[in-house]
Structure formats: C-alpha cells, structure tokens
Ligand binder design. Structure first.
Ligand code: SAM
Length: 242
C-alpha cells in the first residue's frame, strides 16, 4: 500500500467551517479513519489496469488519504470540494504527497460536483456529500450525475449516519421534517435499486453505514431532473493539478 504524509490541523479546519456552512458541510465531525477504510474497501478488489477515481465532497481529506494509499502508477484521482477553506487545506495536503513521482495524476477542483466535466467514466466514485442536508431535487440531480459518470462495472460508495428513526426529525420544524422524509424516501429507492453491499461502522460520530452501489442493468431508474440552470450556465470547473 502507498504511503501518505499526514498534514496536521485537519480537524480544526473542519470545525472552523461548521457553523457558517452547516447546510453544505452537513456533519458535526470529520469521518473517522475506520469509516474511511470501510468506504474505500472496494479498492481492495481493484482491477490490475490503471483506474479512474472520483471523490465528491472531500472535506479535509479523510477519505482522500485512504484512496491515495490504494492508488498505483497510472491511476487518476479527481477531487471536488465546494468549500474554499477545505479546498486550500486539501491542496496543501496533496502537494505533500509526491504524486508525480508515484505516477498518479490528481486534479483538485474547488467546485460543485454537479459541474463534473469528465467524459470518461469512473471505476470508483466515493461520495462524502451530506444528502440529508439537501432538498430532494438536489439529491436527485447529484445521484443522476454521479451514476451517469460511473463505469458499467464501477462502484459508487457513500455513507449514511445510523441514527434511530425519528431522532433527527424530532427537533425539526414541519417543513424540514417533510424535506427529510422526502429525501429518505428517495435515498431508500436508490438503495433498493443499486446497493449490493454495506459495512456498518460504529466507531464514528455518529455511527455510520458505508453503502456500495452499482449501475442497475435496466438503467439507473432515477427520475429525470431538470439540471441546475446556474450550474449549466457556468464554464467547466478548472482543477489544480497535483
Ligand atoms: C459531510 S462533509 C464530508 C467530508 C469528508 N468526506 C468526511 O467524511 O469527513 C461533506 C463535504 O461535502 C462538501 N460539499 C457539499 N456539497 C458539495 C457539492 N455540491 N460539491 C462538492 N462538494 C460539496 C462540503 O463542503 C463538505 O466538505
């Protein structure tokens, strides 16, 4: 397994954005190393040929580290992170990894993953996006875009917090409860159609389940959504190459 040089201060950077950006960060703490190892588990069975990997919503790079450890010469990693502060931290972290000498191409985008411009499909997509913080149209749109960029034999991995039913919604106003209910129904439908495996991780705050999904043979089955016009009107995001 490849070596990764840690960059300290990640937790502090993560917490510094929580209050001002809770709607997009959607977590009270960075994921634990155990959840990170669980979510990248499909890379243990990776093909021998070079692969393409996408990470959406990298935060301070807990999953990125575990992905990089498992990448080999010729592989490619594209990382999308919306938050400028996390992007800056990730950029410094990636600069310290000597990816060029390891033969790994890495592009880091400070952009919404809905601006994904890669034409080639990905073998593995790791998604750290907080679906429960989004409205149902955004969830549909993101799932549709990510699944359409997944290779026919590719794996899409994401996680959900394992909270007892009703705990989250108990403290919410009616409109928020309704939003959350619709998102849960949508995610539930997606999971029934696409999931082929999962791993429960108790050592995370809160405990979480990593879910592994792939394309359904009869198409993704996701509803057609009208793309975010603002996102479509913008030019493709430009990466920082590492
Ligand atoms: C729950 S945090 C997860 C961070 C990290 N993967 C982890 O597990 O600790 C979600 C991350 O997704 C980012 N994010 C939210 N919406 C995004 C979008 N549309 N495109 C790219 N990143 C997004 C947030 O800025 C945040 O860093």
């Amino acid at each position: 397994m490849g070596k990764v040089r840690p960059l300290g201060g990640g937790s502090w950077v993560f917490f510094s954005q929580l209050l001002s950006n809770f709607g997009t960060v959607g977590a009270i703490a960075p994921s634990s190393p155990l959840l990170a190892k669980a979510i990248v588990h499909p890379l243990e069975d990776r093909p021998q040929r070079p692969i393409s990997v996408l990470e959406a919503g990298a935060g301070t790079g807990v999953f990125t580290s575990q992905i990089l450890k498992r990448l080999r010469r010729g592989d490619r990693l594209d990382v999308y992170e919306l938050n400028p502060r996390y992007f800056g931290y990730l950029s410094r972290f990636l600069q310290g990894q000597e990816l060029h000498s390891r033969g790994i191409r890495c592009n880091l985008y400070n952009a919404d993953v809905r601006l994904l411009s890669q034409a080639r499909p990905y073998d593995f997509i790791v998604c750290g996006l907080p679906f429960n913080s989004f409205d149902v149209q955004t969830v549909d749109e993101i799932l549709e875009i990510l699944m359409s960029h997944l290779a026919a034999t590719g794996v899409f991995a994401y996680f959900e917090y394992s909270l007892p039913p009703g705990v989250r919604s108990r403290f919410l106003k009616a409109a928020e409860r309704d939003r959350l209910r619709k998102v849960s129904l949508r995610i539930g439908r997606f999971v029934r159609k696409h999931q082929f495996g999962s791993r429960q991780v108790w050592w995370n705050f809160p405990p979480a389940k990593a879910r592994f999904c792939r394309k359904a043979s009869a198409g993704s089955g996701l509803p057609e959504t009208s793309r975010d016009k603002t996102a479509e009107a913008q030019p493709p995001a430009r990466p920082v190459k590492h």
